[in-house]
Ligand binder design. Structure first.
Ligand SMILES: Nc1ncnc2c1ncn2[C@@H]1O[C@H](COP(=O)(O)OP(=O)(O)OP(=O)(O)O)[C@@H](O)[C@H]1O
Length: 259
């Protein structure tokens, strides 16, 4: 973390506080309903829920792509509700998207450099140094020259994560980073996510591959129709009747780790 950012931050006791957030699109029915959620510094939190339950909308509201109708978003104790997405990136929020946002005609290195310069007031030299560090941590050492569009899916997912890391986040939002991967590839991504988290970055990870998530995270939040219907230790949370009611028969991989 840059000295400049460190000195700007009050000492936080919550990495993220989402307070009483409601959100609807174009005057329609609310997609998020008075939702409140806290994430502690260094926490690795999984978020699951059926299609359309509001998971990606929640990320949009946290990262600033969407404005809530009401409620507050605090990051490291700072109210960011009125800030743009790029301003929030400078406050420490990094995010990935379901559809990778990398520039396919640019190299791995160039993509990461864009990320590093997006969120930080870094000189070209400092950004270059930061990008080399990110490439080390994410499996791109010696491969920075590769064209992003030529990468296989697992590496495109890695690049999406690396691009978010290049913005130097204290809170990382991962939206289905393992989507479309085989089980072995998803497990590789999960190891990378855990490693990033061990380095002190709080992570919120939306994923449909429930067994990958439950084996990686220390806490799971279950969304249903814009509300939190369960929140706690992964296995206990997945065993709650309200959660089993949603998932039983819908999610064939739910018990895969026990088979
Ligand atoms: N830009 C938009 N305009 C109008 N409605 C939207 C928009 N984006 C999402 N919605 C609606 O809001 C609801 C929640 O969508 P959201 O993408 O947040 O759910 P999700 O839990 O992330 O779903 P999935 O698991 O399919 O990604 C859905 O009914 C969806 O159709």
């Amino acid at each position: 973390m840059s000295d400049a950012r460190e000195s700007m931050m009050p000492s936080p006791n919550r990495s993220l506080a989402v307070e009483n957030i409601s959100k609807s699109y174009g005057g329609g029915l609310p997609v998020l309903k008075d939702l409140t959620l806290e994430v502690l510094p260094g926490e690795l939190l999984g978020v699951i829920g059926p299609n359309g339950s509001g998971k990606t909308t929640l990320f949009g509201v946290i990262a600033g792509q969407l404005s809530p109708n009401s409620g507050t978003v605090l990051v490291n104790g700072i109210d960011v509700t009125g800030l743009s997405a790029s301003e929030r990136a400078r406050k420490g929020i990094g995010r990935t998207f379901q559809v990778p946002q990398s520039f396919s005609n640019m190299s791995v290195f160039e993509n990461l450099l864009v990320g590093a310069r997006y969120a930080g007031d870094l000189s070209h030299e400092a950004a270059t140094l930061a990008v080399h560090g990110i490439m080390e941590r994410t499996g791109f050492h010696g491969r920075g020259h590769l064209r992003a569009g030529d990468l296989p899916l697992l590496d495109r997912k890695r690049l999406e994560l690396a691009r978010a890391l290049a913005t130097n986040p204290s809170l990382l939002l991962l939206d289905e980073i393992a989507g479309g991967l085989t089980d072995n590839e998803a497990a590789e991504i999960a190891e990378l996510v855990k490693e990033v988290n061990r380095q002190g970055i709080a992570v919120i990870w939306i994923e449909h591959l429930v067994h990958i998530l439950t084996s990686a995270v220390s806490r799971i939040v279950v969304l249903g129709e814009g509300k939190i219907i369960a929140d706690g230790e992964p296995h206990a949370t997945m065993a709650e009747p309200a959660v089993r009611k949603i998932y039983l028969g819908m999610e064939p991989d739910l018990d895969a780790e026990h088979s």
